[in-house]
Design a protein around this ligand. Structure first.
Ligand SMILES: *[C@@H]1O[C@H](CO)[C@@H](O)[C@H](O)[C@H]1NC(C)=O
Ligand SMILES: *[C@@H]1O[C@H](CO)[C@@H](O)[C@H](O)[C@H]1NC(C)=O
Ligand SMILES: CC(=O)N[C@H]1CO[C@H](CO)[C@@H](O)[C@@H]1O
Length: 375
């Protein structure tokens, strides 16, 4: 093959890859954003931040649950309005401000009250839930809602909810660790009639630690019909055996990339990075092997009202040139491990603790207080 044709093919693939988002570098924010080092978070190469700990109440109000000692749970939207305070909104908005490598902000929630609220009053635009999500999106500058359902797994109500969020302008994503059948149906039904890059359910952040430690990203991608973003747990003192150093993470991401079916990678979670005195930059750099620098990425659309027919901003020739200059051959492969200590499937939907513990609670004292709270 002529060098020219080869370069052309690579370029087209790369640009296509950029447009459909092959460069995801994600991190879950477990720590209260008002307390975490957001300077480090926004300057270490991450392009996607997923804010953990959002849940809905039975009246459709939205909570931001604290996972940080000394912080309190905050009701952030209620009665169709944002009520989470200016400091929090300003902080959230700053995460994608000029100088930040972040282009996408998601909130991660469990399935609490989704089914009952979709049954009654339903998903229409005049419901409190709809208006609360719309208000929160504007206040925080959100792009997507991440589903971290680890207990209910009700396809029908979840699809209804996803479509409601799509009407508001959100994309929908998931954080599976098990139950491929549920995720496969959810993705297929949420995306029915849609194609890349206009998918409603456009990202699956696959847990490859704790209960998901044995997950094979390429097998999951085949099953789901959607490329996945494998997640590893950073070095931590909660479940040390699942801790992954930046160097080990890099090896894993490269191995998964070589097997195919992945679109970048990500981490659980910032709290442990800070607690253990680890380097955000180190973990951010470990993702560089699976994705080119975020500075070369076109910013994703920030639709006020996302609609399946909307398409992405065409990649400019300047971006194409930058990409061509930055391109270098992909690096070599390697591999992973497994097991889940706790099952969450039998836990009540009545508190946030469901999602808390499924993702691994960070400290023993927190774990004990959750358990006693649940008795
Ligand atoms: C936050 O991280 C930056 C590195 O990006 C570091 O220079 C700074 O000291 C950190 N701040 C705190 C309060 O730890
Ligand atoms: C987990 O959930 C509980 C119960 O809702 C909440 O009080 C707590 O702040 C959350 N985070 C942790 C780690 O305990
Ligand atoms: C593999 C790894 O680095 N795990 C770490 C998780 O946290 C514990 C507690 O500090 C470390 O000792 C482990 O090394």
């Amino acid at each position: 093959m002529h060098l020219y044709s080869l370069i052309r093919i690579l370029l087209v693939e790369l640009v296509l890859g950029l447009v459909v988002g092959t460069n995801i570098r994600a991190i879950y924010l477990f720590k209260d954003v008002l307390k975490s080092n957001t300077t480090a978070l926004t300057t270490s190469g991450f392009n996607s931040l997923i804010i953990f700990g959002v849940g809905i109440l039975e009246d459709g109000s939205i909570m931001y649950y604290s996972n940080t000692p000394g912080s309190v749970d905050v009701k952030v939207a209620s009665g169709g309005a944002y009520i989470g305070g200016t400091a929090l909104a300003t902080k959230m908005q700053s995460l994608k401000a000029a100088g930040s490598s972040v282009t996408r902000l998601e909130i991660s929630m469990n399935s609490q009250h989704v089914k009952d609220l979709m049954a009654k009053p339903g998903p229409s635009a005049d419901t409190p839930l709809y208006k609360n999500f719309a208000a929160l999106k504007t206040a925080w500058g959100l792009d997507a809602v991440n589903n971290d359902d680890e207990s209910l797994y009700d396809v029908t109500s979840t699809v209804t909810f996803a479509k409601m969020l799509g009407k508001i302008g959100y994309r929908y994503t998931g954080a599976p660790y098990t139950n491929t059948g549920f995720w496969k149906s959810l993705i297929a039904q949420s995306n029915a009639g849609l194609a890349e890059p206009d998918l409603l359910f456009d990202r699956a952040y696959l847990q490859c630690y704790d209960g998901g430690a044995g997950n094979d990203p390429s097998a999951w991608a085949n099953n789901l019909g959607l490329k996945v973003v494998p997640l590893v747990w950073v070095t931590n003192d909660s479940k040390p055996s699942y801790g992954t150093t930046a160097a080990a993470a890099k090896t894993k991401f490269q191995g998964w990339k070589a097997k195919g079916g992945v679109v970048g990678g990500g981490y659980w979670n910032d709290y442990d990075i800070e607690k253990m005195g680890l380097s955000y930059k180190g973990y951010g750099d470990a993702l560089a092997s699976t994705a080119p620098p975020p500075s070369t990425l076109p910013r994703p659309p920030q639709p006020q009202s996302w609609h399946p027919s909307m398409s992405l901003t065409p990649t400019s020739s300047a971006t194409m040139a930058a990409v061509a200059g930055a391109w270098s051959p992909p690096p070599a492969p390697k591999q992973l491990k497994r097991s889940r200590a706790r099952t969450t499937d039998t836990l009540p939907e009545s508190s946030w603790a469901e999602t808390n513990r499924s993702h691994g609670v960070t400290t023993k004292p927190q774990m004990d207080s959750i358990e006693s709270a649940m008795q």
